[in-house]
Design a protein around this ligand. Sequence first.
Ligand SMILES: Nc1ncnc2c1ncn2[C@@H]1O[C@H](COP(=O)(O)OP(=O)(O)O)[C@@H](O)[C@H]1O
Ligand SMILES: Cc1ncc(COP(=O)(O)OP(=O)(O)O)c(N)n1
Length: 539
Amino acid sequence: MPTRQRDSATRAERRVPRVLSIAGSDPSGGAGIQADLKSIAAVGGYGMSAITALTAQNTRGVRGVHVPPAEFLAAQLDAISDDITIDAVKIGMLANAEVIAVVADWLRRTAVPIVVLDPVMVATSGDRLLDPEAERALRDLLPLADLITPNLLELAVLANAVAGAEDGARTGDGAGAGDASADAAPTIAPATTWAEAIAQAQAVSAATGARVLAKGGHLPGGDAPDALVHAASATVIEFGGERIATTATHGTGCSLSSAVATLQAELGDWEAAIGEARRWLRESLRQGEALEVGGGHGPVSHFAGLWSRGGLRTAPTPAEIADEWWNGIADVRAAIDDLPFIRALADGTLEREPFLGYLAQDALYLRDYARVLAEASRLAPDAAGQAFWANSAHGSLVGELELHTSWLEGAGGTAGTGVFTAEPDAATTAYLDHLLATGARGDYAVLAAAVLPCFWIYVDLGERLAAGGFGQRALDPGHPYASWLETYADPAFAVATREAIELVTREAAAATPERREAMRRAFRTSSEHELAFFAAPLG
Ligand SMILES: Nc1ncnc2c1ncn2[C@@H]1O[C@H](COP(=O)(O)OP(=O)(O)O)[C@@H](O)[C@H]1O
Ligand SMILES: Cc1ncc(COP(=O)(O)OP(=O)(O)O)c(N)n1
């Protein structure tokens, strides 16, 4: 047998591999192309399928097989490869010698970097699914694969076949599958020990040049090991694992091989790809029975892990989150608008004492707010977030405190020394406690949501004050607090606020529903503190 010389470990990694399954259809959805497409998607690939055969089967067994003309399979394969770059191919059920010839011809013409061949040859009952001619054709296809993934029965057939091909040896109780004169397939004598299975895998790997994944799903006992065997490098990598007690094992071979093809295209490392595929399959096996599909051997639950970790609902977009959060504090915003402090600030009737008291509390607030922003910068997952919050911390300290100091100098709070001596009131303390505690909990997303209302509510108020939303007096240059009101409408702060909203809502869109809800709660709580803060001077 010719061997295939290539080293797939050096291939470039692909984040979302484009993976083609060449396999039969299982209308019950547990095996064949249906299982392959689910598996490819579940482990992060883009799945495609060229159908070799249609079966009529369910979880209890196969009732019939219809094989469309082989030329139509060739047309499917060419349609895909003429247009799409294929990162990996998984080959499953190949119904007859003609179909195998089409696949072999297409593989030789198409430079697919990764080929995983699951030799679907024997039903779990032990019945042969391929006639002797097809078995011989399949044997010739083996060297075109990078990885062959037989179960114990198939491994025994392949080992007999390669032994028969090399020395004409007869094994089992009949002619080897490689014997062209044999019309009836011999009874299969699968390995009875794991060591024997590994020896068979070594023989198949040596004869084909491909790696062989010997699968222990059909072994008796409490273990379900697999072993990656590569004769050329004399390596045997074992993957141990307890057998999972479940009847939902239909399509495990299909699912594993397509997951391995996908992960190999992403990771470029067979051991890592198989290890990850097995972890995913075992998680899916554990949840299979919960699907309650069929009365026989049901399917594995291909997406169980994703569903439990990522949820089932589509995540809202950042813009939708912004709308939801902003509308969710409409009551708080309306209450702020109605505050005597805001009304009096707008129409210029606010007494100087409560105004300066407000500024003093604001200055105290901003000092710790800057610390909280610096903590957000420290926790930010990327440089953009890190820089944004660090700049904001700087702006909060320098810009705002300078302005406050210029208003407060000599006004009692600073005693003319420039050193601020006022004490934080209850509203300021409560607000800062909330922010500092959120920062101390170390969840960046929740902290970022908590600091957002101070940007957003402030800018919204400033823009509406500047637009005359609270009366024309706020626009009058003779207004007693005109220079202060100008800071509310600072365009640079509006730009920073838009950036803050984008940063936070993008983080929320990528978060789990639970985390997003924690963010929303933090945002709402800070908004309520904003209300209390504005209410305090006249409260
Ligand atoms: N009950 C089980 N518990 C854990 N792993 C299993 C179980 N049944 C099958 N597997 C795993 O599923 C994969 C497919 O194995 P196998 O059933 O031997 O192949 P096939 O589906 O081709 O007959 C292997 O990784 C095997 O170890
Ligand atoms: C259309 C089709 N292809 C393959 C199989 C067998 O799948 P496999 O994953 O090897 O199956 P189990 O023996 O684990 O069920 C099939 N049934 N149908």
